[in-house]
Design a protein around this ligand. Structure first.
Ligand code: NAP
Length: 330
């Protein structure tokens, strides 16, 4: 697979979101299948793996470590802190330096590695200045426990403040045809500062693959249950956008999932999508988006077809929206 850079390191320009193997859209596949998927992903050319302390409350880091720890020199490993299950078993945002330090030790131990290549602050803690959280990550870097610092779901202004404290290597935020808010500011900020932009949920949490028709039977642990866009009445309207989108995929000679990924790759060369999947065939299909080229005409049609003016419903409910510090379209 072709590569892109994160702070001077070459990584496959499509990374693998590992979350789905333990968390997010239901419980994930059995452990043996997850181990197989991760190894086949390395064989397929993915060299950028994304996990977090939050995913499966540690289980996802354990899975990644157990599955591909023995192939550590083959991939760039990203994990995240700042969002965790606390001692009372409650999910919390906590960006205090002592908690970041404690979480990093836990991540290293669960992953079974000496160093994490990229460690993100998963969510900014509104009670802790970003400079303090980034300062704690800079100390971990100085101690050799992490190699690079990242941020997730923050505005351009927060990126600038953080970057002034210590160089930021990557910003990870939701970005796809149907979630365009990074285009307001943070994409340009990253470009200007030489920061990689890692696009999560790049196939729109399955919407853009065209394979999700029924949103009335999600598993109770599926995070889409509360998302306004996935409510039956809004989703039905959004599905109408896919009719023309399917034609554009056919015209390009690729699948709908591949069109969504190739669109991101073609938007700019600092963008690195990280699709997540629980299915080996989907992982391979997504990797093959590396070879897709979209014509200028189709790029223009896509811009106009699926965007903040045509999509119905917000990406998060009120509670989740309150935990992010991104610029958002009204
Ligand atoms: N920083 C953050 O706050 C944050 C938040 C969310 C996610 N993430 C990271 O970003 C990664 C990706 O995001 P995501 O999983 O939320 O969204 P996504 O990659 O846009 O979509 C994942 C969904 O699409 C389906 N899918 C993927 N490829 C497919 C294909 N080729 N054909 C059909 N269905 C396909 C998957 O189902 P199947 O399992 O059936 O393939 C899954 O339901 C995660 O794994 C995680 O590492 C980060």
């Amino acid at each position: 697979m072709k590569t892109r850079q994160i702070a001077g390191n070459d990584v496959s320009r499509i990374g693998l979101g590992c979350m789905n193997l333990s968390y997010g859209y239901g419980p994930g596949p059995d452990r043996g299948y997850g181990i197989r998927l991760l190894n086949e992903a390395l064989d397929e050319g993915y060299t950028f793996m994304d996990t977090a302390a939050l995913y499966g409350f540690g289980e996802n880091e354990k899975l990644v470590g157990a599955a591909i720890g023995h192939r550590r020199d083959e991939f760039f490993l990203a994990s995240k802190c700042g969002l965790r299950r606390n001692n009372e078993g409650v999910r919390e945002i906590n960006g205090r330096p002592d908690v970041i330090r404690e979480t990093c030790e836990q991540s290293l131990s669960r992953l079974g590695v000496d160093v994490i290549d990229l460690y993100y602050l998963h969510r900014m803690d509104p009670n802790v200045p970003i400079e303090e959280s980034v300062g704690a990550l800079a100390e971990l870097k100085a101690e050799g426990k992490i190699k690079n610092i990242g941020l997730s779901e923050v505005s351009g202004e927060i990126v600038r403040r953080a970057h002034a404290t210590h160089p930021i290597a990557a910003v990870q935020t939701e970005y796809s045809l149907w979630t365009r808010n990074p285009e307001i500011a943070v994409l340009d900020t990253c470009k200007e500062l030489g920061i990689a932009f890692v696009a999560f949920s790049p196939v729109g949490r399955k919407f853009l693959t065209g394979t999700l028709q029924d949103v009335t039977h999600f598993h109770e642990d599926d995070i889409r249950v509360t998302m306004p866009r996935f409510q039956p009445e809004t989703y039905e309207k959004n599905l109408e956008l896919l009719e023309e989108y399917a034609n554009l995929a056919e015209e390009t000679g690729c699948s709908m999932a591949q069109l969504a990924l190739a669109w991101l790759l073609q938007k700019d060369d600092h963008i690195i999508p990280i699709p997540g999947t629980t299915v080996i065939e989907h992982m391979k299909e997504n990797a093959a988006a590396d070879a897709v080229t979209i014509s200028d005409d189709v790029m223009l049609c896509l811009e106009n077809l699926i965007n903040q003016n045509t999509v119905v419903g917000g990406r998060y409910d009120e509670r989740a929206q309150g935990t992010v510090f991104t610029e958002e379209f009204a």
